[in-house]
Design a protein around this ligand. Structure first.
Ligand SMILES: Cc1cc2nc3c(=O)[nH]c(=O)nc-3n(C[C@H](O)[C@H](O)[C@H](O)COP(=O)(O)OP(=O)(O)OC[C@H]3O[C@@H](n4cnc5c(N)ncnc54)[C@H](O)[C@@H]3O)c2cc1C
Length: 318
């Protein structure tokens, strides 16, 4: 058993690494946020399953990928944050499918697939892990994980290892209905076959396009808000996302707006950027200001696509 940060909580023993009070800011793309009460890096699936089975049900569990779609608030995350290491990053292919551990980076998955003549090129420019991609139903160029996913292996909050078929994952636009506290450990994707040279040249073109249209090499979490529906007056629909959030933000005069060290990208107004030393509070507040201005200007209520997790600094210790 391990004693908790405040001495009150006892955690089960494990074979992996358990760290108390681990700062999360350097584990996320935005480089902001407070610590995890506990960070757990399991050794293998059995270690993860046993740990979760023995973990007090009242303790929250959060799976962290590489934090490319997250604002971790300044007060940090209570409970256990699970981060899968390289042992969960294996990638295997056969004639028409690819199976990979959830820690495999999407870009690596796309490259390994292309080497085997399998088309998962849409994943090449998405900076997260395969686990995060399943949870978020990540997509690009009109293709989503849901279009390719055959099976997902996850360990649920009670430590049970489950194999889910595509329809059981509950994929939706930029989301899924995986139960809270569950950790995806592996996914199998069905892939169309294509000529490797053609796949590599397509990925080169995608990278060039991304570099031209999006800020790169900076601290951001990608698209901040979902693209709203062009069909409904409120902008909410799960099937149509034809309206562009960046255009609504631009029209509301928020391109380049700044709050402290947080700013709206000049290059792509749907990207919030940590310009250096920003806090999570500043970034979230700037995002809320953008939403208010867009609502005022267009009547459309933008929905956050970036997930905001943890407690605000003033709530720490509650
Ligand atoms: C520059 C940039 C460009 C981007 N472009 C795109 C894009 O084109 N398309 C797109 O869809 N997204 C894009 N994103 C957003 C982001 O990369 C995706 O949402 C990605 O899938 C998140 O993966 P992650 O591993 O970073 O997850 P995290 O950000 O760490 O977590 C996101 C969510 O996934 C959950 N999660 C992570 N790992 C697991 C796991 N193993 N098991 C269960 N749940 C898990 C977390 O609990 C959380 O709910 C972009 C982000 C950036 C910074």
């Amino acid at each position: 058993m391990n004693e908790g940060v405040n001495g009150a909580v006892a955690l089960p023993a494990c074979r992996g690494k358990l760290t108390a009070g681990r700062p999360l800011s350097n584990l996320t793309w935005l480089r902001v946020g407070g610590p995890a009460e506990w960070l757990f890096q399991p050794k293998d699936i059995d270690d993860l399953a046993e740990f979760l089975r023995n973990l007090d049900r009242r303790i929250p569990v959060f799976a962290l990928g590489v934090g490319s779609n997250l604002i971790v608030r300044d007060g940090g995350l209570s409970g256990v944050v699970v981060r899968l290491g390289s042992r969960f990053g294996r990638i295997d292919t056969d004639g028409t499918s690819l199976r990979a551990g959830a820690a495999a980076l999407d870009s690596r998955v796309a490259i390994r697939a292309a080497e085997s003549g399998l088309d998962l090129t849409f994943l090449r420019t998405i900076p997260g892990t395969l686990g995060g991609a399943v949870r978020m139903n990540a997509g690009c160029y009109g293709k989503y994980v849901a279009d390719f996913c055959r099976e997902v292996v996850m360990v649920d909050r009670s430590g049970k290892v489950e194999r889910l078929r595509n329809r059981d994952v509950g994929f939706s636009y930029r989301g899924s209905s995986l139960p809270p506290g569950s950790v995806v450990v592996e996914a199998t994707l069905e892939c169309p076959r294509s000529d490797p040279a053609e796949l590599f040249s397509r990925m080169e073109a995608q990278l060039a396009y991304r570099n031209e249209t999006q800020p790169t090499g900076i601290r951001t979490a990608g698209s901040t808000f979902r693209n709203p529906s062009g069909l409904s007056s409120t902008g909410q629909s799960d099937t149509d996302h034809s309206m562009k959030a960046w255009k609504l933000i631009d029209d509301a005069g928020m391109r380049g707006a700044r709050l402290g060290n947080a700013c709206v990208s000049d290059k792509h107004p749907n990207f919030l950027v940590n310009a250096g030393g920003a806090t999570a509070t500043e970034i979230e507040k700037l995002g809320e200001t953008v939403r208010a201005r867009v609502l005022e200007n267009s009547g459309i209520e933008l929905q956050w696509e970036i997930l905001r997790v943890g407690s605000k600094a003033c709530e720490q210790g509650n």
